[in-house]
Every structure is written in structure tokens, then in C-alpha cells.
Ligand binder design. Sequence first.
Ligand code: NDP
Length: 306
Amino acid sequence: MVYDLIIIGGGPAGLSAAIYALRARLNIVLIEKMAVGGQIALADNIENYPGFPSLSGIELMQKFEEHAKGLGLNIIYDEIKDITDDGEYKTLIGVNESYQARTVIITVGASPKRLNIPGEREFTGRGVSYCATCDGPFFKDEDIAVIGGGDSALKEANYLTRIVKSVVLIHRRKEFRAEKIIQERLNNAKNITMELEHSPISINGNGTKTVESISIENVKTKERKTIPVKGVFIFIGIKPQTSFLKNIEKDQDGFIKTDHYTLMTSMPGVFCAGDAHSKKLLQVATAVGEGALAATSAEEFVCDTC
Ligand code: NDP
């Protein structure tokens, strides 16, 4: 079977692309390796997606999925390992089987960046976490640290103040990248302290069982100190999940390069949308817009080449 379009990834960009492609009556399938929803499904609260003043990431993604399935979306669970260009068709090599399509939209998103400091890997799942909604409740009545100064770190720190005993926010600069409204909200929390202009240098524990403390260093004076905490939540940005794509051009950080007008990648007929594609603003709203654009470009490509 040769599809008109295969979408790889079921986050906001992939589901948006699916809705547009199904309404264009393309013969499509969406391939997802784990669960539909993407990284945003882990967000405790989304307040800037127009039309929905406040809802959780999972609630928003359920609405996207219901919308796409209502139009007849078929989802296959498989992990794509490579894409080859066979002229008229692209072949997608999956772990379970191979698939063929005239066009492809890559919406594989991004995963959390690691600090790469001693203790991080050893204590992941035993005190080190990259998801506040998943793991926050395990630290009820405990002191924890949050690392980062972007939207994720400040939003998740704010959420964690409502669950845990205290939060120390550790950020390497004095200024935050996060939206001003998110910064303002932290001022209302009584159980948060800040260690600005400090970088984490190690996460320390009791053998390899549980986290006991985090050691940090002043970026200017190089003075070090150790803060007792039971959990460390790391939100220092994301990296695109594109290492499996060997035949498609990427930038030095692994983000897929595209033509800005059509979102076509270096492989003709293959498009990219969402967080795997470099841009200034990584949001549900921008991912959705790109999904729509990529699906429309794919539709034109199918019509032009059939
Ligand atoms: P960002 O890249 O925006 O921020 C990463 C933060 O981590 C920065 O403050 C950065 O510091 C710090 N950092 C990076 N590397 C290190 C390191 N090695 N050691 C210590 N600190 C480090 O990432 P986010 O995950 O916050 O956000 C990713 C994207 O998702 C953004 O576009 C964001 O806007 C979006 N987002 C939007 C949300 C929303 O509700 N609107 C919610 C969550 C994310 P420095 O500032 O010094 O570089």
C-alpha cells in the first residue's frame, strides 16, 4: 500500500497536519512510537492556546486526537528508523515493518536536554526528574530544586510549590527567559527561594538510592555550596529527536532545515513541522500552524506529481 502522506509523530504538529490532510481527502496514516500527545501532554497547565484559557496538556491533546479520529485518522504504533528517497515514493523503515508514501511530514518533536553533571544519570527516576506532573506528587512534603530559567522551569516550579514543602530555583543568570506573566506568578509563592547566577555541578545521594543534595557554583565568584534536597527537576531546554534521520539536512543542533514557504526539507516531498524544526518560538500555537502548512504543501506536492 502506498499512502499519499505519512505523518511521523502524534504531537500538536502531527495531529494538526492530520486534520488538514484528512479534510483534503488524502490517504494518510500517522505513525507514533509511544503515545499520541507529544511532550506537551506532560504539561500541567496550558494558558496561551487561543480559545482555551486554562486546561492541562493531556486534555488539550485529547481534543486534538478526538478531532483527527473523528475525520477517520488511522494511527499505527511503530518506531521509524530511517527514510529513503526512492524517487516517486519515500520508504519509511520501521522497527515492525516498512511503509511507503508519496509525501512525509516529520513531526517528531524534541526531548529534554540533560545537564550532564555527576549524579544526574545515576539518580534519574530516583530523585532526578524531567516531568513535574509525573513525579511532583512523589515529593509531597519534601524540599526540591528546579533548574532553569525558561518557561518550562518557571511554570513547573510554580506548579511544584503547590505540592512540595519548598522549592529552590537554580538559574545561571539574573534574568529569566520565561514570559513575564509566568515570572510574576512566582512572586506569590511563599515556599520558593532563588539561587541566581549559580550552575549545578553535582547531584549527590545516599549511595545510588535517593537524592540528598545538590551542589552549585556561583558563576562569577566560583564559590560552591551544597543545598539539601530530595528531588531535582531539570528544565533546561529541549533537543530535537532527529538523530535517526540520516538522509535529511539538519543544523548543528540537529534541528531539521526547511524551506520557510512550504516547510519542505532537503528531501523532496518530505516536510517538517513542530519542535523538530528550528524557530524562535516553540509553542503549541506555532506547531499547529506549521502542521497545517506542511499538510497543505504535501497535498500540493501529491497533486503536482500524480
Ligand atoms: P528554554 O530554552 O526556553 O530555556 C532553557 C533554560 O535553561 C534557560 O533559562 C537556560 O539558561 C537554562 N539552561 C540551558 N542549559 C543550561 C545548562 N547547561 N545549565 C543550566 N541552565 C541551563 O527551554 P524551555 O524548556 O523552558 O522551553 C522550550 C520551548 O518551549 C520555549 O520556546 C518555550 O517558550 C516553550 N514553552 C512554552 C510554554 C508555555 O506555556 N508557553 C511552557 C513550556 C515551554 P539561559 O537563559 O541562561 O540560556
